[in-house]
Design a protein around this ligand. Structure first.
Ligand code: ZN
Length: 65
């Protein structure tokens, strides 16, 4: 099984970027969250890569890889 690549940082809400919300459906995460991989981003010289999370897998809105 290949996990889909999360969207880039600039397409995420702040909640998704900080790991408070599911990266696929945007729901707030309380428990059962799982790592969805690394969202990539860059702002000038700053690398903004961040681990992002999804609701209890598989998230219903997760795209199939
Ligand atoms: Zn979700």
């Amino acid at each position: 099984m290949t996990a889909p690549e999360p969207p880039p940082v600039d397409q995420l809400t702040r909640a998704q970027y900080t790991g408070w919300a599911c990266v696929w459906c945007g729901k707030t995460l309380w428990r059962g969250a799982a790592s969805a991989g690394i969202s990539r981003g860059q702002s000038g010289a700053h690398v903004l890569d961040s681990e992002v999370y999804e609701c209890a897998p598989p998230c219903g809105k997760r795209p199939s890889a």
